[in-house]
Write a protein that binds this ligand. Structure first.
Ligand code: OFO
Length: 166
């Protein structure tokens, strides 16, 4: 059975994963209407779907452990970006925030000796290592590319492969 404090913290994480899904959906929709960024749009549509899966996993875990997974209200995320670089910086910032939140949850689970929740959260710890690495890799690539149009063309063409590699 989940303690009230762990349940609240897990539900807060449900909210954060839902907000991630919304944020990446907005990035996808923005990229979708930019010329030549179909790969980036597909990438963020996929990221958005993944975050929804992260949210569902948490929600179901809370319910399985005798709690109540609460579907959160959502604020509108940033819907337009000054540049591709800014969108990817936002992506990295968001993932760092999620990692910090997962780390806090892990810490809380240990403090409360809730080993089942601690064990469950290890999947998120690994996932965040991958997501942050991917976000950093893509930001580094964009830094190198700068304003080079052929570089941006290749970035867009290959972005789904980077995702598979990282
Ligand atoms: Fe990438 O945020 Fe979920 O875990």
């Amino acid at each position: 059975m989940l303690s009230k404090s762990i349940q609240d913290a897990l539900n807060a994480q449900v909210g954060l994963e839902a907000a991630s899904s919304q944020a990446y959906l907005a990035m996808a929709s923005w990229a979708d209407i930019q010329p030549g960024l179909q790969g980036v749009a597909d990438f963020f549509y996929q990221q958005s779907d993944e975050e929804r899966v992260h949210m569902l996993k948490l929600l179901k875990f809370i319910n399985e452990r005798g709690g109540f997974g609460v579907v959160p209200e959502l604020k509108q995320p940033i819907i337009t970006f000054l540049s591709l670089k800014r969108a990817f910086e936002e992506f990295l910032t968001h993932e760092i925030k999620v990692s910090e939140s997962i780390n806090d949850l892990v810490h809380q689970a240990l403090q409360e000796k809730d080993y089942a929740t601690h064990n469950f959260l290890q999947w998120y710890v690994s996932e965040q290592i991958e997501e942050e690495r991917l976000a950093r890799t893509l930001n580094d690539k964009l830094e190198l590319i700068g304003e080079d149009k052929s570089g941006l063309y290749l970035f867009d063409r290959d972005i789904l492969n980077y995702r598979a590699q990282v």
